[in-house]
Design a protein around this ligand. Structure first.
Ligand code: FAD
Length: 394
């Protein structure tokens, strides 16, 4: 007999594990299918920031920033081993497009949206302290603003959320690749391979949290469901030797004005990111030579001690894919709000999660649960994800 579960989730990235945790916390039976490893996709390739996203204020995405800052507060509370505050430095040179007064307005809005918590203090670093800023270029430097935001280890966070889900009864099948689903009146028959063996189960709701593979998974569902027009945008990072001691630097690429982060990362420096339209297969994703070159040139521009850094000196480089709504214009200005696509509005049998942020994974998962609640049986909740502690998995 085919086994029946309340929720089957495809994808062991931050959104999939978040949904597994929220569903298990709400008392449901859950199975998560991950074809490679937890956080094998975008969730280990992000900039690793738990933040509102100061730059999203520029494109007017206030709701996103506000919600992300609430989530930042929750994560600092429930995952103190995994999420911590870091000073961010915004150097302003004569040539910097965003002027200090504009940045001050942005930081003030950031503080307002964050509810004026103590962590939203910001100010200028006195000129006499500039020499201590990890070798930051001081020629042409007019001002350095400092504010605080949070950093994490994205893959470790993903594993911690999955462990929390499992402690509430969720099951993980890995490696387990989703092949197909057939929608019935009140459920979906899900076919997958687990350790190479074909398996089948019945899900009251199938949640598609396959990140960049989301439409590939959606197209394997019959009868066919709506598949939104999306664009995959590649973002690459490089890792170079030497760790900044003072925190994170938020610089502006001299070439195109894009924001680039220079961050401490496991004893080294992480620099990112880029935005390159991607049309290939997400299973074969690599940073491009042009992206590595772009990031190295930004690093050298602001940190002259890297003047001799060559391609061979890079410790690592990796690329991730953002899922953005398709449309005209530059990806930078495209909405970063999460999109939820269900096969039917009231009692969905399947729901897809499109886009989103690492920071907002918990809120996203709770929203998914709200959207699919009408299809699920009433169960006795086991926990509240707002207060469930997350611990690093050793
Ligand atoms: C360059 C970059 C930087 C970013 N920086 C930040 C940041 O600093 N802060 C922030 O808040 N957000 C950031 N984000 C956004 C954030 O990283 C993503 O929104 C998030 O990681 C997406 O997670 P996901 O679970 O949706 O997808 P993924 O992590 O990609 O997970 C999808 C999973 O589905 C699995 N899968 C696919 N197909 C199948 C199948 N058929 N069967 C089984 N499993 C399958 C894959 O193996 C994968 O593990 C960044 C994104 C990018 C690209």
């Amino acid at each position: 007999m085919t086994r029946r579960l309340d929720v089957v989730v495809v994808g062991g990235g931050i959104h999939g594990v978040g949904v597994a945790q929220a569903a298990a916390a709400a008392g449901h039976s859950v199975l998560l299918l991950e074809k490679r490893a937890l956080a094998a996709g975008t969730s280990s390739k992000s900039s690793k920031l738990i933040h509102g996203g100061l730059r999203y204020l520029e494109s007017g995405q206030f709701h996103l920033v506000w919600e992300s800052l609430i989530e930042r507060r929750i994560l600092l509370d429930i995952a103190p081993d995994l999420v911590h505050m870091v000073p961010f430095h915004l150097p302003v040179y004569r040539s910097t497009r965003r002027r200090p007064w504009q940045l001050r307005i942005g930081l003030s809005m950031y503080a307002v949206l964050g509810g004026f918590e103590r962590t939203f203090r910001f100010g200028s670093i006195p000129r006499r302290e500039w020499q201590a800023l990890d070798g930051l270029e001081t020629r042409g430097l007019e001002s350095v603003l400092r504010y605080y935001d949070a950093q994490t280890d994205d893959a470790a966070l993903t594993r911690a959320v999955m462990q929390s889900a499992q402690s509430l009864g969720a099951e993980l099948a890995m490696p387990a690749e989703f092949f197909a689903a057939e929608l019935r009146q009140q459920s979906a028959i899900v076919r997958y391979s687990h350790h190479g063996r074909e398996s089948e189960c019945e899900a009251t709701v199938l949640v598609n949290a396959a990140g960049p593979w989301v439409n590939e998974v959606a197209q394997r569902i019959t009868p066919a469901i709506t598949v939104p027009n999306i664009e995959l945008v590649q973002g690459s990072h490089i890792v170079v030797p030497g760790e900044p001691r003072r925190g994170i630097y938020y610089v502006e690429s001299p070439r195109d004005g894009r924001a680039v982060f220079v961050m401490p990362w496991h004893g080294n420096t992480l620099v990112g990111t880029t935005e390159t339209r991607f049309r290939g297969d997400p299973d074969h994703l690599h940073p491009l030579a042009a992206e590595r070159h772009y990031l190295v040139s930004v690093l050298k521009h602001y940190f002259p001690r890297y003047a001799r850094l060559g391609a061979r000196d890079l410790i690592d480089s990796f690329a991730g894919l953002r899922v953005l709504p398709g449309g005209p214009g530059h990806a930078f200005h495209r909405s970063r709000e999460t999109l939820y696509v269900a096969d039917r509005p009231l009692k969905p049998r399947t729901l897809g999660v499109y886009g989103g942020k690492l920071t907002g994974w918990r809120a996203t998962a709770e929203l998914v649960m709200k959207r699919i609640a009408g299809s699920l049986p009433v169960r006795r909740p086991r926990a509240d994800t707002r207060s469930l502690k997350l611990r690093a998995v050793t």
